[in-house]
Design a protein. Structure first.
Length: 307
C-alpha cells in the first residue's frame, strides 16, 4: 500500500487555445511513492497538462496543488522540489557527462557537490562514462543523462514526458529499471507520460487515461486490468461451422472479429474455459486458446468506448 499523502492534486483543470479545448475539466491525484502512468492518444492533452504542472503555460481554469500547496501562490518553493524532462534533453555535446552536470548545477543556482554528481551518475548507470563526451553517447544514454540532470537538486517529484521515445528495447529496459530504482531506492514519486503502454504497465502502480482532454478512467493499474474483459483468440479447424454455432449462442455479442482460422472474443476471464467447452461439445476442434490482457488492449478498448 502506497502512502496516501497527495503529491499532485489537479481539479477542474482546463486549457483553451482560442476555440480549441486542449484540456477539459481534468482532475487527478498522485500519491507519495506512486509511479503514476499518464496515458492518452496523440492530441489527448498530455503535454499541455505537463506544461501547466511546470508553470510553462497558464491554465484557463482549475487548480493545481503540489505537495499540498497551491502552485500559483508558491511557484518557486514548489518547483525546487520537482525534476522534469520535457521532450528531448539537450546537452553540450563536446563536453563530458560530468562537466555537463556540473555546468547545469551552476545554472540552477544551487551548489552541487562533486560527490553528488558522481552519486547521480552512479544511480543512472553512467559513472563509467562520466569522462566521455556526450556526442559519443547513444540515445538511451542521453535519456539517462537527462534523468540525471533532473535529479541534481534531489527533488521529491519527477515528471517524465515520453522518456523512452525513440529507444531500442535495451534502452527502454534501462529507463524502466531506472524508474523502478528511483521509486524503490530513492523514494521518488514519478509522473510518467508515455504512449508505450507495455512500458507503463511494467512500472506504474496507478494510472489515468485521458482522451480529448477529459478523464476516461483513473485507478490502480492491476485493478483496472483485472476488471476488464480480455481479448481471447480461439484457433479452430472449421471456421464457418464455428461462426454458425457462436451466432446461435450467448457469446455472439462478444465475438469481435473472425479471420481464416480464428475467432477473437472480448471475454471475462471466467468465461474462457466455458466457451472452449461449448465449442468442443459442438464438435468444433479448438487447437489453441490465446488470451491477451495488456494495458494496450485495455487502453484501446477504453478510448474507443469514449469516442
Amino acid at each position: 500500500m502506497r502512502d496516501q499523502e497527495k503529491i499532485i492534486e489537479v481539479s477542474g483543470l482546463t486549457k483553451n487555445f482560442k476555440s480549441l479545448v486542449a484540456v477539459d475539466s481534468l482532475s487527478l491525484n498522485v500519491h507519495k511513492g506512486d509511479v503514476f502512468g499518464f496515458l492518452g492518444p496523440n492530441g489527448a492533452g498530455k503535454s499541455t497538462t505537463i506544461r501547466m504542472l511546470l508553470t510553462l503555460i497558464r491554465p484557463s481554469h482549475g487548480s493545481i496543488n503540489l505537495f499540498g500547496k497551491r502552485l500559483t501562490g508558491s511557484r518557486e518553493e514548489i518547483l525546487k522540489n520537482v525534476g522534469a524532462i520535457v521532450e528531448k534533453p539537450d546537452f553540450y555535446s563536446y563536453l563530458s557527462a560530468y562537466k555537463n552536470l556540473e555546468i547545469l548545477g551552476r545554472i540552477s543556482g544551487k551548489s552541487i557537490s562533486k560527490s553528488r554528481i558522481n552519486e547521480i551518475l552512479e544511480l543512472v548507470g553512467l559513472i563509467d562514462r562520466k569522462s566521455s563526451k556526450v556526442k559519443t553517447f547513444s540515445h538511451g544514454m542521453k535519456q539517462r543523462l537527462g534523468i540525471a540532470q533532473s535529479l541534481l537538486h534531489d527533488p521529491e517529484l519527477i515528471i517524465l514526458d515520453e522518456p523512452t521515445t525513440g529507444l531500442d528495447p535495451q534502452g527502454m529496459k534501462e529507463i524502466r529499471d531506472l524508474i523502478i530504482r528511483l521509486r524503490d531506492e530513492e523514494n521518488k514519486t514519478i509522473f510518467l507520460s508515455s504512449h508505450i503502454l507495455s512500458e507503463v504497465e511494467q512500472v506504474a502502480n496507478r494510472m489515468i487515461i485521458i482522451n480529448k482532454g477529459k478523464t476516461i478512467v483513473e485507478g490502480e493499474v492491476q485493478e483496472l486490468l483485472n476488471s476488464s474483459s480480455i481479448k481471447v483468440t480461439f484457433e479452430v479447424d472449421t471456421i464457418e461451422s464455428a461462426k454458425k454455432i457462436i451466432n446461435e449462442s450467448r457469446w455472439k455479442d462478444k465475438l469481435e472479429s473472425v479471420n481464416k482460422s480464428s475467432l477473437i472474443f472480448s471475454l471475462p476471464t471466467e468465461e474462457i474455459a466455458e466457451l472452449n467447452k461449448y465449442l468442443v461439445n459442438n464438435n468444433i476442434s479448438v487447437s489453441a486458446v490465446i488470451p491477451t490482457r495488456s494495458l494496450e488492449h485495455y487502453f484501446l478498448k477504453i478510448t474507443e468506448d469514449a469516442t
